[in-house]
Design a protein around this ligand. Structure first.
Ligand code: FAD
Length: 125
């Protein structure tokens, strides 16, 4: 595949993956059980091993060592992922995302409760 097509495919995979990950953390329980916490942490670690872009997977593994997944609540998981995505953005020279806008960006329409992350971002971690 030509270099530009490679880059386009890698970017499309990245966008789709971030969309899934952010939407997932924004639907994560507000008060997770230990089993749910373990599942979320394992999910990210397995993703970092199996992600199809090898360079991205290696970088993500290093990020997870430096910033272990925060799983104690929906708010902490969502804000953790937002800040990790911002670290990737910085490395790739992309703009920083304002994590106060998470709920507007990732309302998947797949549940009936409001997400309520915006108000949660006003509270201290
Ligand atoms: P993306 O970064 O894909 O973001 C998509 C949309 O999400 C943005 O348009 C914005 O609306 C929103 N967004 C942006 N930042 C945030 C945030 N902090 N929180 C919430 N929402 C946000 N590519 C590489 O070239 N090298 C790598 O090493 C690499 N590592 C990656 C690691 C992982 C785990 C993933 C999932 C992807 C990785 N990628 C990597 C792909 C890269 O991060 C981008 O997805 C890709 O370059 C497309 O970028 P984009 O500008 O469309 O925006």
């Amino acid at each position: 595949m030509p270099k530009l097509a490679n880059a386009t495919a890698k970017a499309a995979l990245g966008r789709a993956t971030w969309k899934l990950l952010h939407t997932m953390t924004l639907r994560y329980p507000e008060k997770p059980t230990q089993d749910e916490r373990d599942a979320l942490s394992s999910y990210f670690h397995l993703l970092s091993r199996l992600y199809p872009c090898g360079e991205c997977a290696t970088e993500f593994q290093m990020l997870l060592k430096k910033y272990p997944p925060q799983t104690s609540s929906r708010r902490s998981a969502s804000l953790w992922l937002c800040s990790v995505h911002n670290v990737v953005n910085e490395r790739l020279h992309k703009p920083q995302f304002d994590c106060a806008h998470l709920d507007a960006e990732y309302d998947c329409g797949c549940g009936d409760e409001p997400l309520g992350i915006k108000s949660l971002t006003d509270d201290p971690m």
